[in-house]
Write a protein that binds this ligand. Structure first.
Ligand code: AR6
Length: 182
């Protein structure tokens, strides 16, 4: 379900409510942990849908720091690639959580630019098991993506793939403060 579409320059930004594992985009982003070896939430769903080849490739990466990102193939997913990023665990907001969360979106967009990807879908990183406040995370996500668009000129479509309508509403409110309606 598409909640809001906006355009910034040549880029279409969509806010949808969906299961990210079903999307046929160049890359879906995974909210992983530092091991990159799978877990619960969206990470578990992506690994289940991609099949065991995904964890096998992830093993070769030897982990990922919080705020950083790595790219793999998508295997049995419709998406050709998975960008694995590690969001911060929310511990009250005074441990650099905001900057680390923004860094996840930036590093993922850098990989999109480097690999000339044209479309990418993000879940609401850190807002589940890692307990980052959803409203604050939505604002950080939208701002980081909008700031990164010039640095990833291959990207023509960015999807904020929310898992609930309240989450989509928060992203829509943040995105409404940027760009113009399609
Ligand atoms: N499609 C889209 N969004 C989803 C899906 C899905 N299939 N499933 C969950 N979400 P979380 P985190 C939403 O907990 O907070 C794992 O164990 C969910 O509603 O998946 O970054 C990792 O291995 C929420 O809005 O990730 C780490 O240990 C958002 O995705 C840890 O959880 C993120 O929730 C990472 O925690």
């Amino acid at each position: 379900m598409t909640v809001l579409t906006r355009r910034i320059g040549a880029v279409q930004l969509d806010i949808i409510v969906a299961d990210i594992t079903t999307l046929g985009v160049d890359a879906i982003v995974n909210a992983a942990n530092t091991s990159l070896l799978g877990g619960g939430g969206v990470d578990g769903a992506i690994h289940r849908a991609a099949g065991p080849e995904l964890v096998a490739e992830c093993r070769t990466l030897h982990g990922c720091n919080t705020g950083d990102a790595r790219i793999t193939k998508g295997y049995r997913l419709k998406a050709a690639h998975v960008i694995h990023t590690v969001g911060p665990v929310w511990t009250g907001g005074t441990s650099g959580e905001d900057d680390l969360l923004a860094s996840c979106y930036r590093r993922a967009m850098e990989l999109c630019g480097k690999h000339k990807l044209t479309s990418v879908a993000f879940p609401a990183i850190s807002t589940g098991i890692y307990r980052f406040p959803a409203d604050r995370a939505a604002e950080i996500a939208v701002r980081a993506i909008v700031e990164m668009l010039p640095g990833a000129p291959s990207v023509g479509r960015v999807v904020f793939c929310c898992f609930s309508e309240p989450s989509a509403k928060l992203h829509a409110e943040a995105l409404a403060r940027h760009g113009s309606p399609c």
